[in-house]
Design a protein around this ligand. Structure first.
Ligand code: SPV
Ligand code: MG
Length: 556
């Protein structure tokens, strides 16, 4: 990889200016006290950025914990590098890496710094202890590195950076190891003179007294960074007043996640259910949002070849379904869950199983509640005053080539669509020849009943095409040639063209607004372009009321 390439270009965040390293430098050197939030993987780094932080602390303790190992260099530096790369790809804010002791001597630091620059990591912090390191909060009086040897590491690191703004922070452990303030100051000065861009003065006291003493004595020859993990009770304004340049919240993300994961696992284990948990944890949709799935969908549209052979689908889902009462107060009926999954998801899955990838949904009532991923949405904002034909007209641009039109409130066995796709004809409608059995029981009686050129019989063989003739508007006209259109139509390129033309004609003569689709088909039939009928015998349903909902559950 070339040096100084912004790795987050991979996730679409191209050409951030100024570079991350320059932004980290400004955060540490600037007049305001800056903050860095701990992260330990791509997700926690994103969450730190989402919260508003301008920089990430890639904590050794937290990355180790997240990998299930100890903060004792048990994860190799290249394994840590891999974690850092995910974090950098996932965010646009700079990352200061916890480089522990530099993973060896000056030579290891050279290679580490060069690699970090290559991967777009803005800076590293190395500490004056011995490899393999031990976390500063463990034990007492850990041995310190020889000061001269550590200065050599700093020089080697600075000489190896290929990014001019890369920030090398030297961490002074003298206070933690019990060497006292004078040794801490002596080392801090030596490290600054060796080329460190900032010093991190660490303390494990439960109050900020020794940090404040250090700040009083410090001559400001380079910025100072602190980590108030144990002296968290001190208000940050006191650090500001003392001249601290940056504060690291070093492990709070991993600690928060440990508590949350523990609670969730315990509850699920004990209750053998997630019911009590569901409302308290992030949704799966939130995961998609954090992962940037919308960007991937856009990229698919830009880069994946369009399969012109595969039919597309338009799902009409603008109506509320008021007969379902409170169930459709905050969502249209297509989003009502049938055994845990919205009707629309079940429908789109059936469409996809037959090879239809490109699915557009016309929304209207409570449109924000219709938000399943990987669908294209078209809005009919006049849904209250318009009907199905007007909804379809909002998707006019997509009425090209092979297209399936479906109501958003239906469920059907997949074979029905498979067969429909195979029937020849410009416009083919799936019509239930056994409609009487249905309408005897359902309140939807009489809706979408159509007169066909021949009657259905169970032993029916579609040799001669059956054609759509007219709509039944009065039940007394129903006879043996009557069937119920189930709400699925298949068009080929010519069929799409015919429908487009008819919709335009309806727009011109003022009938578009209130017409339903059966009226559209009747107009086509009257004009000599009768849709073909493909008879089915049940194995589908639509959801209009509570009775239908019960049937839908049985249907599964
Ligand atoms: C880390 O976060 O890994 C640190 C800070 O090095 S501390 O744990 O306080 O040493
Ligand atoms: Mg550490």
């Amino acid at each position: 990889m070339a040096t100084n390439v912004e790795p987050d270009a991979l996730s679409g965040n191209k050409g951030e200016n100024p570079r991350k390293s320059a932004r980290l430098r400004a955060l540490i050197e600037g007049p305001e006290m800056g903050f860095l939030m701990e992260a330990h993987d791509g997700l926690s780094a994103k969450i730190a950025q989402e919260a508003g932080f301008n920089a990430v602390w890639a904590s050794g303790l937290s990355m180790s914990a997240a990998l299930g190992v100890r903060d004792s260099n048990e994860a190799s530096w290249t394994q840590v590098l891999e974690v850092l790369e995910f974090m950098a790809d996932a965010t646009t804010i700079p990352i200061l890496m916890d480089g522990d002791t530099g993973y060896g001597n000056f030579n290891n630091v050279r290679r580490l710094v060069a690699k970090l620059c290559q991967r777009g990591i803005a800076g590293a912090c190395i500490e004056d202890k011995l490899f393999p390191k031990t976390n500063s909060f463990i034990g007492h009086g850990q041995p310190l590195a020889d000061m001269e040897e550590f200065c050599g590491k700093i020089k080697a690191g600075k000489d190896s950076q290929t990014d001019p703004d890369f920030v090398l922070v030297a961490r002074v452990e003298a206070l933690i190891s019990g060497w006292g303030l004078d040794e801490a100051l002596r080392r801090a000065h030596a490290y600054q003179e060796a080329g460190a861009d900032a010093v991190l003065i660490h303390s494990k006291q439960t109050n900020a007294a020794e940090i404040m003493s250090f700040m009083r004595e410090w001559d400001d020859s380079c910025p100072v960074v602190i980590v108030p993990t144990t002296y968290y009770g001190t208000p940050t304004d006191q650090f500001r007043a003392a001249g601290v340049n940056a504060v690291i919240w070093a492990n709070h993300s991993v600690r928060a996640s440990i508590s949350a994961m523990r609670d969730a696992a315990k509850m699920i284990f004990e209750e053998e259910s997630v019911v009590g948990l569901e409302d308290r944890i992030a949704t799966v949709k939130d995961i998609f949002h954090l992962a940037g799935n919308a960007e991937l969908k856009d990229a698919e549209d830009r880069y994946l070849p369009v399969d012109n052979e595969a039919p597309r689908a338009i799902v009409l889902a603008a109506t509320r379904g008021s007969a379902l009462g409170p169930l459709t107060e905050d969502r249209p009926k297509c989003m009502i869950e049938i055994q845990g999954q919205p009707l629309l998801r079940r429908l789109t899955r059936t469409l996809r199983q037959t090879g239809i990838r490109d699915v557009a949904v016309v929304r209207g009532y409570a449109k924000d509640a219709v938000d399943l991923p990987n669908l294209t949405y078209i809005d009919n904002d006049d849904y209250e005053t318009t009907g199905e034909a007007a909804s379809l007209a909002t998707a006019m641009d997509r009425l090209t080539g092979d297209t399936v039109i479906a109501y958003g409130d239906i469920m059907f066995r997949r074979y029905i669509l498979d067969a429909l796709l195979d029937v020849e004809g410009d416009i083919v409608l799936a019509v239930d020849g056994m409609w009487r059995e249905r309408t005897d029981r359902s309140e939807s009686s009489g809706r979408d009943l159509v007169k066909c050129s021949r009657a259905f019989s169970p032993s029916f063989i579609e040799d001669d095409p059956v054609l759509f003739e007219s709509i039944i508007t009065d039940m007394k006209d129903a006879d043996e040639n009557t069937g119920e259109w189930i709400g699925i139509a298949r068009l080929n390129a010519r069929g799409s063209e015919l429908i487009r033309a008819e919709l335009e004609a309806m727009r011109s003569d003022g009938t578009l607004q209130s017409a339903d689709l059966a009226t559209l088909f009747a107009r086509l039939a009257a004009g000599g372009n009768a849709p073909r009928v493909h008879y089915v015998a049940g194995h589908w349903l639509d959801v209009n009321d509570a009775f239908d909902l019960a049937r839908a559950r049985d249907f599964l």
